[in-house]
Design a protein around this ligand. Structure first.
Ligand code: UDP
Length: 235
């Protein structure tokens, strides 16, 4: 096993499957099964999940809503997704804990780093909800922050594309994929990996990032076992 402790970042949109909004239960189950394969191997798994399938603060602001209000709505959306994923993981026999950056003691523990790492050591999957708990941030930043806090070996950004390309592979058929990049190369080439806040936080703390296709069966396990899948951004 190459990575003992991982932080898996899933976007809210990934949970939609083929739907336009909300949560697709089949997709949720598929993700849960993928996660189980690495937990069964003994890998410690923490997860940050986005909320874009339900609400984004920026989208609300574009329609005239107060940005801060919208961002809190987005953060609450990540808790809803976290609860859904928690249910799917527990349905297949995994032990889990949901920790929220916004206190809501009926549905989640508060985020406490020491507790989170203890859960991980006991083999529980820890889901971090409510992003960083602050407006004007993203769940990519939350994922990076939590990864650093818990001492994860790597952040795995599961997307629907299989890595980082020199141009958008969904619009350019000739786009070329990178197998690995340094942080500096990502800056120099102006590539989109995560938003800048998240990206510089990773760089400053020497946290490697792997962008990979989470919708392909077995990818997560392969990465944890050390196979080169997706694109690795390293220092
Ligand atoms: N958000 C926030 N602070 C955070 C994380 C998230 O305000 O620390 C809000 C923000 O409005 C964001 C929404 O929650 O648009 C959902 O998160 P994100 O857009 O990162 O989700 P994803 O794109 O991964 O689905």
């Amino acid at each position: 096993m190459k990575y003992q402790r991982i932080l898996l970042k899933l976007s809210g949109e990934a949970l939609m499957g083929n739907r336009q909004y909300g949560i697709d239960n089949d997709r949720l189950k598929e993700y849960a099964l993928e996660i189980k394969t690495v937990v069964d191997l003994g890998c410690q798994v923490a997860i940050v999940i986005g909320g874009g399938n339900i609400f984004r603060g920026l989208a609300g602001a574009a329609k005239g809503m107060d940005r801060v209000q919208g961002d809190y709505m987005g953060m609450l959306a990540t808790v809803i997704n976290g609860m859904a994923l928690q249910g799917a993981l527990e349905d297949i026999g995994l032990k889990t804990r949901l920790q929220s950056a916004i206190e809501m003691d009926k549905v989640a523990e508060p985020f406490i780093k020491r507790k989170a790492t203890r859960h991980l050591e006991k083999g529980r999957v820890v889901i971090f909800g409510a992003g960083t708990g602050n407006p004007y941030f993203t769940t990519d930043t939350a994922a990076t922050l939590r990864a650093i806090e818990i001492g994860a070996d790597v952040i795995l950004k599961g997307t629907r594309v299989d890595g980082i390309y020199d141009s958008d592979p969904e619009t350019n058929a000739n786009a070329v994929k990178y197998n690995s990049l340094t942080f500096q190369e990502v800056f120099d080439k102006n590539l989109k990996v995560m938003d800048m806040t998240a990206f510089t936080l990773s760089q400053e703390n020497n946290l490697p990032i792997i962008v990979f296709d989470m919708n392909k069966d077995g990818n997560l396990l392969k990465i944890v076992e050390g196979e080169i899948i997706g694109t690795l951004v390293n220092f």
